[in-house]
Design a protein around this ligand. Structure first.
Ligand code: SF4
Ligand code: SF4
Length: 69
């Protein structure tokens, strides 16, 4: 999978750092490497997002919000 699929964003990827407990599940399960970790998850590559909402489903802390632009 390429690190960068697009150079524009179709979805807003938001992580609520107050809620994120750093479990890394979103990093593990996102198919296109949107997230990186440094204590908390951060959407480093939001332009890759496919809108599958797997990250929302796996995040037990309900920290991720995906919004179509
Ligand atoms: S799955 Fe949720 S709690 Fe876990 S690292 Fe990602 S945003 Fe944080
Ligand atoms: S919606 Fe899918 S592609 Fe987008 S950040 Fe979440 S897991 Fe990755």
């Amino acid at each position: 999978m390429p690190k960068y699929l697009r150079d524009y964003e179709v979805y807003l990827v938001y992580v609520d750092a107050e809620r994120c407990d750093g479990c890394e599940d979103c990093v593990t399960y996102c198919p296109v490497e949107v997230f990186d970790m440094s204590h908390k998850a951060y959407p480093t590559r939001p332009q890759n997002c496919l809108g599958c909402r797997t990250c929302v489903a796996v995040c037990k802390s309900k920290a991720v919000i995906i919004t179509e632009i």
